[in-house]
Ligand binder design. Structure first.
Ligand code: FAD
Length: 334
């Protein structure tokens, strides 16, 4: 049986793996402790924070069909948030999200989606892939200590382009594709309170500030009740400050968010910060994925399309279709 290594168990890698698993032997590798990538949830009892993706509104029938079994299983539910837009430190628009145009979240955390999709798959966690080399007909993967992770017929990389570029030699033809795109960062500030804040919204899009998003995570369905406020910086501010001292970034973003919401957030009893170096990417106009069927290497991920969950799904699905047809034809063209 043809064996395929998929690097990265985020939404795109898990989507591709599920489409390929019946025909091929699939092994996923992820450097993290859990699956899901940027569909991430951090727990610090009694607080819970989805510190990566917040919610999604499916657009295509394909994506709606993909999430339908997860809605059925209670892994995805609509978030009926009181939503606000904030500009100039004032709420400029406000409405209630409802089931007419659902805004979905994973339950009890965004990471539940990755866990559901990984069921029955072979996933090697805590396993950063450091290099991939083609020797003869096979792709050989090594970890950071130079230990062999196995030899595979095909390799599919789903990791952000800058990270993928480090896996292959500088003169490899895929470098051209990987160098053509760059992603921006984001800080997630996580604040837990003993008593709820009297905010007029559950989720707010903030414009014209160094903060882009503020939400009360416990208002999402299936969460524990402890008041858990999540703040995202803008991509621009993160890109300029990712190498700053994290305590300084936390202090600044906390003070800045306090000014926006009109409450002193420094009173939080839990405060932490996560810096995403590769959080997001603007809408792209090129292909949804890359596949070199002769060399049996493929690339996918949200970065081909846009920094959105639906884009990660689409890229993962389309790379799987291309690999499926190339591998089935004995590989010459894709
Ligand atoms: C702060 C933030 C907010 C967001 N908000 C939203 C939102 O509200 N709505 C929305 O639709 N989207 C949102 N997104 C974007 C969404 O999360 C992504 O589009 C989607 O999750 C990307 O999936 P992916 O599979 O392409 O990549 P990833 O989820 O990044 O998966 C890549 C995986 O590769 C692993 N990896 C990396 N390097 C290696 C290596 N060398 N070896 C092994 N494994 C490796 C990583 O651990 C990761 O699990 C947000 C993202 C962030 C960061």
């Amino acid at each position: 049986m043809i064996n395929i290594a998929i690097i990265g168990a985020g939404l795109s890698g898990l989507t591709a793996a599920n489409m390929l698993k019946d025909r091929f032997s699939i092994t996923l590798f992820d450097k993290s402790r859990g699956v899901g990538g940027r569909l991430a949830t951090r727990r610090s009892h009694p607080y819970n924070f989805d510190h990566g993706a917040q919610f999604f509104s499916p657009k295509t029938d394909d994506f709606k069909a993909f999430i339908a079994p997860m809605i059925q299983a209670g892994v995805i539910e609509p978030w009926e948030a009181r939503f606000a837009e904030i500009d100039g430190r004032k709420v400029t628009q406000q409405w209630q999200w409802d089931t007419q145009k659902p805004h979905y979240v994973g339950v009890p955390g965004m990471n539940a989606i990755g866990k559901y999709l990984a069921k029955g798959l072979e996933v090697k966690l805590n396993t950063p892939v450091k290099s991939i080399k083609q020797i003869g007909e096979n792709w050989h993967l090594d970890d950071e200590h130079g230990n062999a992770l196995g030899a595979f017929d095909w390799v599919i990389s789903t990791i952000p382009p800058k990270q993928a570029a480090q896996l292959v030699p500088a003169n490899d033809p895929v470098q051209q594709i990987l160098e053509a795109t760059s992603m921006s960062g984001c800080f997630s500030v996580m604040l837990g309170f003993e008593t709820p804040l009297p905010l007029a919204f559950d989720a707010a899009l903030v414009v014209n500030e160094n903060i882009s998003w503020i939400s009360a995570n416990q208002t999402k369905p299936g969460r524990e009740n402890s008041y858990s406020l999540l703040v995202h910086s803008t991509n621009k501010w993160a890109d300029a400050h990712l190498d700053d001292d994290r305590e300084d970034a936390l202090k600044y973003l906390c003070e800045h968010a306090s000014e926006i919401v009109g409450h002193d957030l420094s009173k939080a009893v839990h405060k932490s910060i996560h810096g995403w170096r590769f959080a997001n990417i603007e809408k792209q106009s090129g292909p949804s994925h890359f596949c070199d069927a002769q060399r049996k290497i493929a690339l996918c991920g949200d970065y081909f399309i846009q920094g959105r969950m639906e884009a990660a799904f689409t890229s993962g699905k389309q790379v799987a279709q291309t690999v499926l047809s190339a591998a089935s034809q004995g590989n010459t063209n894709a």
